[in-house]
Write a protein that binds this ligand. Structure first.
Ligand code: ADP
Ligand code: MG
Length: 502
């Protein structure tokens, strides 16, 4: 449906157009008219479906720019999401000159207080910091018309219920309350009953999820085998931007350390890192300066990162909804993605549960051999060499090159270059990952497990199956991402990005 049919004014339609949105997403189409009418709304839709604009557009529509008070407050679970939301609302509200500010923990509160003196009309914030400001009387909520609980499931998971209650208490009783969430656990319904007035519930069902654009594979392996298999897979699949999900913070630390030790350009994020560090890593990843982001569910939830080609679930998630969120990081905006999920033998029931939700069967993938991984690396090095040779800056080495050729055999020189361009093998750099306890065995029948017939086939799998999905010499981005960040050894320092898809 067109945005112009939703009852929004011209200045907003202009901002929407400038953002490049052509059509409203299902959650936007269904909730924007209700929110404009002033109703309380519970909206559930998968990550990446445009929930921010679902509440953001009506809020901006209603904001009174002559009124200096805070009229809408959006509570957001993490700093990253709060910042992302503030940026989007600012962008959409620019033509109307709506003032939008964000407050979050781990940042200088005095600066935030100073900015609050500019009288934002819309405030986005994380629960703890919002409470801080309320207690210091630097944020007053008595003129709030609309309160939004964004990513509500995540806020509950993170234990913010008490903070949220305290914030809601500061707002007028006749406010409009909106709740947006990717999943609907029972506790959310409770919030609906407690803090909302006759809420309308809109649920965009899993069937409409965008998993069609993701080739979904799984590998059955024991916990201790997973790391070596994963690095081999990375060598063979040669992903562009990759997210690896680990179940715990320790996993994330160990995986990112292990990947770096083997020469991959990786970094991890989780809740224990400082805000500065997380922001820096996210920025590098978004800029393409990092190839692999290792993350916990919480740290990566809802982040809008484009260009992710591969998602590796190092640990299968216990909750099928989390799976959908994780793989929702790829296959965005019409681009194709690949997901790969490791499953230990006694976790197979969890795979079954996921497939029931997505109604797509994952395809089993055989772990590549060391030889296949090596071939993958060499093929990747060939691409790197094409790229390196085409760089103008090689001219000044010509004389030295000739001298080298006088003293060395050309073949030896090339072999040495290839050695430099390929990564350490599992044998050269053993990495040990502390075992995590596998998920508890699920009870219940194994009905449907890979025998059912009602699943859709995972689309496009034929296209990418076969010995590997590498498209050698295929079209590449052409941008070399050389020499960023790696410090371990020379052989890590070439890192050229290949685009696998058109
Ligand atoms: P969610 O909160 O559901 O996870 P977001 O609101 O963060 O999703 O939106 C995900 C991405 O989609 C953002 O980059 C946003 O700018 C973009 N987006 C939102 N609405 C539309 C639309 N109607 N058309 C195209 N892109 C959109
Ligand atoms: Mg969101």
């Amino acid at each position: 449906m067109k945005f112009s049919e939703l009852g929004l004014s011209q200045s907003l339609l202009k901002a929407i157009k400038r953002s490049g949105y052509e059509e409203a997403t299902p959650i936007q189409e269904q909730t924007i008219p209700m929110v404009l009418q002033g109703k309380d709304v519970i909206g559930q839709a998968q990550t990446g479906t445009g929930k921010t604009a679902s509440f953001g557009l009506p809020i901006i529509e209603h904001v009174d720019t002559d009124n200096p008070n805070i009229q809408a407050i959006i509570i957001s679970p993490t700093r990253e999401l709060a910042i992302q939301t503030q940026e989007e609302l600012y962008r959409l509200g620019k033509d109307k000159h709506a003032r939008v500010q964000v407050v979050y923990g781990g940042a200088d509160i005095r600066r935030q207080i100073k900015n609050l003196k500019n009288h934002p009309q819309i405030l986005v914030g994380t629960p703890g910091r919002l409470r801080d400001h309320i207690n210091r009387h630097t944020v007053k909520l008595d003129n709030i018309k609309t309160l939004v609980l964004d990513e509500a499931d995540e806020m509950l998971n993170m234990g913010f219920l008490e903070d949220i209650e305290a914030i809601i208490k500061e707002t007028p009783d006749d406010r409009q309350t909106l709740l947006y969430s990717a999943t609907m656990p029972p506790e959310i319904k409770k919030i609906g009953e407690q803090f909302m007035t006759d809420p309308e519930t809109v649920r965009i069902k899993a069937k409409e999820l965008t998993t069609d654009l993701v080739d979904q594979y799984y590998v059955r392996a024991r916990d201790y085998e997973k790391f070596d298999i994963m690095t081999r897979l990375i060598d063979v699949q040669d992903p562009d931007l990759t997210i690896v999900f680990g179940r715990t913070k320790r996993r994330v630390d160990e995986l990112s350390r292990g990947l770096k030790a083997r020469g991959y350009n990786a970094a991890g994020i989780h809740g224990d890192l400082t805000q500065d560090r997380r922001t820096k890593i996210m920025k590098q990843f978004k800029n393409g300066e990092l190839d692999i982001l290792v993350a916990t569910d919480v740290a990566a939830r809802g982040l809008d990162i484009s260009g992710v080609t591969h998602v590796y679930n190092y640990d299968i998630p216990s909750d099928p909804d989390s799976y959908v969120h994780r793989i929702g990081r790829t296959g965005r905006a019409g681009h194709h993605g690949v997901s790969l999920t490791f499953v230990t033998p006694n976790e197979m029931e969890y795979l079954n549960e996921i497939e029931k939700l997505t109604r797509v069967r994952m395809l089993p993938l055989k772990p590549p051999s060391a030889e296949e991984a090596f071939k993958g690396q060499v093929a990747s090095a060939f691409n790197d060499i094409d790229e390196l040779i085409s760089q103008d800056s090689t001219d000044r080495y010509m004389e030295d090159a000739e001298r080298l050729l006088e003293t060395h055999d050309a073949k030896n020189l090339v072999a040495a270059l290839l050695n430099t361009l390929t990564k350490e093998s599992a044998k050269e750099v053993p990495v040990k990952i502390t075992p995590e306890r596998p998920l508890p065995r699920r009870r219940g029948k194994r009905k449907d497990y890979h025998g059912g017939s009602h699943y859709r086939r995972n689309n496009n799998n034929n296209r990418r199956r076969g010995n590997n999905y590498r498209s050698r010499g295929g079209n590449r981005s052409g941008s070399s991402r050389d020499n960023h960040g790696s410090s371990h050894s020379k052989r890590h320092s070439f890192n050229i990005r290949h685009r696998k898809e058109n």
